[in-house]
Design a protein around this ligand. Sequence first.
Ligand code: DGL
Length: 271
Amino acid sequence: MGPIGVFDSGYGGLTILSDFRERLPEYDYLYLGDNARAPYGGRSFDVVYEFTLQAVNELFDRGCELVILACNTASAKALRTIQKNDLPRIGLHKRVLGVIRPSAEIIGQFSRTNTIGVLATPGTVTSDSYPIEIKKFSPQCNVFQHACPLWVTLIENNEHFTESGKEFIRKDVDALMAMNKRIDTIVLGCTHYPVLKDYIESLVPEGVNVVAQGNIVSDSLADYLLRHPWIDSKCTKNGSVNFLTSENSVEFNLNAKKYIDVDVKSVHISL
Ligand code: DGL
């Protein structure tokens, strides 16, 4: 038995963890941020897969039976290979889940015009995971994607609300909205982006839904645990949360507070 592992390239997954803790407060969580090697968004398939597998193994070694890739880039580029090729070798009782499928399953319901925009990292956009997955559940929807190569770096470096940071973000949002006038729903397809939600809402016409994944993924995890009682029974439930980072832990503790409302005392690890 062990905590639920939550992995992201950096701080972004904390936005998901925060929603997990609200929705499923009784569980224990172990968060791992690979801050030393973030961002992942511009990295190749092979490298994202290699880094993600290292992180997943680390969380398994620390007792997690279930790991959530709270990172769209890792979900897009590494999840399927880990599920198909690595889990059978590592142990059939272990589980790894991502954030794209639960979001894609439900997002069609948000749109009245059946026109959805996706903002994500270059890695997620080039994988085409969102259009492919959304079409499976909502074939009537048209999906437009725009890659935001600088956003994760701006957020990780806390520069997203500087004048130049805001200008980069505005240009990317405008570029997405210019792709189709009927876009009425925007998926924030990167777990770092919820920190920009209010700002993005101020840039788009009134009535456009800007959707962060946290609630959707938490509902999906709650449902998954209900449907898989034997996995649920392997998740410890003392309401604790612990943090690991591949970067400096003092820096992590300071920055993490902006994403999650708990006292963060992280431990540095090498991946
Ligand atoms: N939070 C990650 C995501 O959801 C950021 C990826 C990156 O490091 O570029 O895609």
